[in-house]
Design a protein around this ligand. Sequence first.
Ligand code: SAM
Ligand code: SF4
Length: 495
Amino acid sequence: MATVVIRPEDLAVQKKFADDLTLSYREEAKRRGYEFTYNIRTYGCQLNESDSEKLSGILKSLSFVPGQTDDTDLVVYNTCSIRENARDRLFGNLGLVKAMKRKNPLLIVAVCGCMMKQNENVEKIKKSYPFVDLIFGPQDIHRLPELLFRIRFQQKKVYDVSQTDYIADDLDLPIDRSRKFRALVPIMYGCNNFCTYCIVPFTRGRERSRPFDQIMKEIAGLSSEGYKEILLLGQNVNSYGRDLEGMPDFADLLEACSKVSGIVRVRFMTSHPKDLSDRVIEIIADNPTIEKHLHLPLQSGSDRILTAMNRHYSREQYLRTARLFRSSVPQGTISTDIIVGFPGETQEDFEETLSLMREIRFDSAFTFQYSVRPGTPAAQMTDQIPQEVVTARFSRLLELQNSHCYESNMQVVGTLEEILIEGRSETAPYILSGRTGSNRLINFTLPDDIDLPDGSHLEKGDTFDGDKLEGCLAQVRITGARPYSLEGRWESWNS
Ligand code: SAM
Ligand code: SF4
């Protein structure tokens, strides 16, 4: 795949398509008496969420407004192909869209994202879901005006997944951010690591870092818009900058981000154990605004399996890094990703994963059953593990991890923590939800009679929507622990 920088001229061409389209949509909206609406459904990781924010930004610039799930002019499925179940979910949902399309034949159905980089998925859609109007790839987002233009004025269906690795000039794409206080900031795209189980290098292409100055300019802009938290995103943030002139590295970028005034939390993911430098750990320890949390995917505790996975670190090297983080950032937390049932994983290999978990006692973990990804080297391995063995190992692993999560959360009961509020909790509107500086999730309540940071007053019995407090900082006393969250009581405002 060729790597191509999107030039201002390319964006100017898209702008021309966008102008013509906007005019046409506006005129038709006036005629029919209501706006054009869209609905985006996002599967998978935060990079996909970030892509959806760009899709949404472009659609708004074309005069679309957000619409209801099942009554809209355009529905976009932004897909993920990391595991088989994400694929199954998409095809299940496309079955339902068929009925929507029957009810509203003018509905435009679009499918984009990683799954569209795999030809067999595009072929399946062509054959079994012919009502899909538009297919494009994860690197074609900036071309959305052109693709929609073609659908509106030239052809009924557009299936156009480009094979180019684009470097997008993100500053010029409109972004409709889904949160008021946290901004997702991709710092690089793609991956060069080719872990043998993983589809990402095939769907997202080679590593491309965004220029340092461009990232800093975006973050300065976010700060002036009132954003408090930034989440730097990349498949392996530790290899940031290797493809840039002057080779600024991730440690430089992280440190520079931590100095931007107004940004109170700097988060990042994902770190690769083979590339995480000691300096990054030092910078985390030394800078109060950097989240005291490291997401460090382990995948397996067995050297034999790590080699078969092409991870390029050993169990001992992983342990060294994790121990260094624990000693340098004593209040910090470590989370990880673990795969159970990789081809050839013996009971001994699995026990090594459990023993490493006992040693590090991860504060939280994403645990996965190995899922065969066609086209990856691991899919060709002959020693696939029977499902019943994977299921049994997985439940042992989960049980151990749950006990570690609970033990970790219990350690902070009684302490006072600064919480960045994310809004109301999922369970009740009067319970607030937020995160500590070490990425622990907490649900907490306010006293009955309280002055809010905006100057208003809340009394017992008042109706209250916790989302109003999104982005505020509070001191909260931790009163209880569960495996996946903490409970607490508000003590004072910090902002
Ligand atoms: N780039 C990150 C890294 O190096 O760990 C994460 C990429 S991926 C979106 C997130 C996690 O999905 C991986 O860390 C891995 O544990 C899991 N994963 C990827 N491919 C998988 C597969 N074929 N089966 C099961 N889990 C998988
Ligand atoms: Fe996939 Fe490995 Fe790249 Fe992560 S580092 S995206 S697991 S290939």
